[in-house]
Design a protein around this ligand. Structure first.
Ligand SMILES: *[C@@H]1O[C@H](CO)[C@@H](O)[C@H](O)[C@H]1NC(C)=O
Ligand SMILES: *[C@@H]1O[C@H](CO)[C@@H](O)[C@H](O)[C@H]1NC(C)=O
Length: 531
């Protein structure tokens, strides 16, 4: 089967250049001024390389930023960079940004304690949220309040410090993602933050220097998909709500669309920034939040990014892969592609970004093994990959719609650029309401309603045998197929790329007895008992 597929795809495979591994590490290390101060840091416990897990990246010109949360002791700096114009080192040491002092643990005034995802914008600003925490659930100390820090990348000076209002957060707040919404000018910029465990979305206006918080049921986890299997570990992250967020290009109405997905969910949601930018919409905007669609099975995701043409990339943590969706197409499993997959190198592709040169950057870090078991430091654990966006999209369902173009016309290029112009697809993908009276299973398609040509090569045996019998027989109950179809696109799931090895990585480390991470109710009890 795999062999046959390989043969079929040979002409494409030889042309496709997927992610290139640029940097890799067994363990992270830092660039100290000299070896003496490094040794001193080690003996003082200020540097414990095996406690460092990189989680966020961002590229700005000659700097590749890498964030390292202070989940354990011995992390000398949470915000770091690798100079891209330095002589190439496949395992470079990290440099603190903007400085060692600017990364001082517990210094709420001029330091940074823990940063997760970071974002550079077109006005050369770097947006960094310091969550102020030291340690990892349940062993967390809140050393500093949630503080937004914005740096001028040209001068390496912090140009804005904003402390979230107490109303912006709740006791369970855990914010790991950030999206930047630039309007007509540098001043007209908003930042959005997803509160994974407090189930909120916080908006910040640069101009007003003010923040507000949205709540919505779409921020909550789907209780049916809280079980995870990654790297041979089985664990439950069932309390994890809104996580990956990204913004569309500016639409015809002058606003972007914020796309978001809870971590324990396979569903994509969206809201216009017209709502988010308006503090008065904190109340009464329930219906302005939309369901975009369902990705398909095994599609938990924590990080997403959309480029100026409206193509969204996101990590598929169950599949050791990066997925894609072109927002010119309805959001449904057939239109979700996999741009690359590697069962060794891409175990937990933690963050993904697209830079101004349309290069994609991705970091993988085997996070579940770090958190739920133990990393093997004789192995490569962290990798940073890069590739041009266009090459990654080649041959996937997300490729700009060139199959519809005349192939000989001289104006091909011009037409192409028109075709990929972004048109917001929010209204067009809004689902018709489900019949209120009838239970509708939302897993498998009603086959009789799907023309056979939409499933070109799928053997019928790949459907569970109970599929057809579990469906109601009334033909009027399925007015649409958008939401309830299983992925059959060849580019989705189980696609084998020829990568460095065919033996998938599974940790050999035993999984200790764990309490489900960040279980909201359990967490509350913990606090009750300890305060
Ligand atoms: C909890 O934090 C303390 C202080 O940082 C540390 O000594 C201890 O090892 C941590 N415990 C766990 C289980 O991580
Ligand atoms: C923004 O608000 C913060 C309060 O968190 C304040 O300290 C800071 O001075 C304000 N900055 C500007 C530019 O208004």
């Amino acid at each position: 089967m795999a062999w046959k597929f390989f043969l079929l795809c040979l002409p494409f495979a030889s042309a496709a250049v997927k992610f290139q591994e640029m940097f890799s590490w067994n363990a992270l290390d830092w660039n100290y001024p000299d070896e003496y101060s490094r040794q001193h840091a080690i003996s003082a416990g200020a540097l414990i390389p095996e406690n460092a897990l990189p989680v966020g990246i961002e590229r700005w010109r000659n700097k590749l930023f890498v964030s390292v949360p202070r989940w354990r002791p011995g992390i000398p700096a949470t915000l770091n960079y690798i100079p891209l114009d330095a002589p190439y080192d496949p395992s470079p040491k990290l440099n603190p940004y903007p400085s060692w002092q600017g990364n001082e643990l517990g210094n709420c005034d001029s330091g940074l304690t823990t940063a997760y995802r970071i974002k550079a914008d077109k006005c050369d600003r770097l947006w960094v949220l310091d969550v102020g925490t030291y340690g990892y659930d349940p062993n967390v100390t809140n050393l500093c309040p949630y503080t937004l820090n914005v740096y001028d990348l040209n001068t390496d000076q912090r140009i804005r410090k904003y402390v979230f209002r107490p109303e912006d957060i709740v006791p369970t707040t855990f914010i790991a993602n950030i999206a930047i919404d630039m309007g007509a000018s540098c001043d007209d910029t908003f930042a959005y933050f997803s509160d994974e465990l407090g189930y909120g979305l916080i908006a910040y206006s640069w101009e007003q220097n003010k923040s507000w918080r949205f709540s919505h049921s779409f921020f909550m986890p789907d209780p049916l998909v809280g079980d995870f299997n990654i790297a041979g570990l089985n664990f439950q992250w069932f309390a994890e709500g809104i996580f990956g967020i990204t913004l569309s290009p500016i639409g015809i109405d002058g606003y972007r669309t914020l796309y978001f997905t809870p971590l324990s969910s396979h569903t994509e949601f969206a809201v216009s920034t017209k709502i988010l930018r308006d503090e008065t919409k904190v109340e009464g905007s329930f219906k302005d939040f939309k369901i975009v669609g369902v990705r398909g099975p095994d599609s938990h995701t924590t990080s997403k990014v959309m480029d100026d043409s409206g193509v969204q990339l996101f990590n598929l943590i169950d599949q050791n892969a990066i997925g894609c969706w072109s927002s010119t197409l309805p959001f449904k499993p057939q239109n979700i592609g996999v741009i690359d997959k590697d069962d060794v190198g891409m175990v937990f592709p933690c963050d993904i970004k697209i830079d101004d040169d349309k290069n994609v950057w991705m970091i993988s870090d085997r996070m579940p093994v770090f958190l739920e078991a133990e990393l093997d430091y004789s192995d490569i654990n962290f990798r940073i990959y890069t590739a041009p966006l266009n090459t990654l999209l080649e041959g996937t369902v997300c490729e700009p719609q060139k199959q519809f173009l005349p192939t000989t016309k001289a104006q091909n290029l011009k037409q192409n650029s028109q075709l990929i112009t972004y048109t917001p697809s929010l209204t067009s993908v809004t689902m018709p309401p489900l019949p209120q009276t009838q239970y509708t299973p939302n897993v498998l398609p009603r086959l009789s309603h799907v023309s056979s040509s939409s499933y070109p090569s799928s053997p019928s045996s790949s459907y569970p045998s109970s599929a057809s019998s579990s469906y109601p027989t009334s033909s009027s109950s399925f007015p649409y197929v958008t939401k309830n179809t299983i992925p059959k696109s060849e580019s989705y799931v189980n696609l084998q790329f020829t990568k460095e090895t065919s033996i998938p990585y599974y940790t050999s480390r035993a999984q200790p007895e764990t309490t489900p991470r960040n279980n909201y109710w359990w967490y509350k009890d913990y606090h009750k008992n300890n305060y």
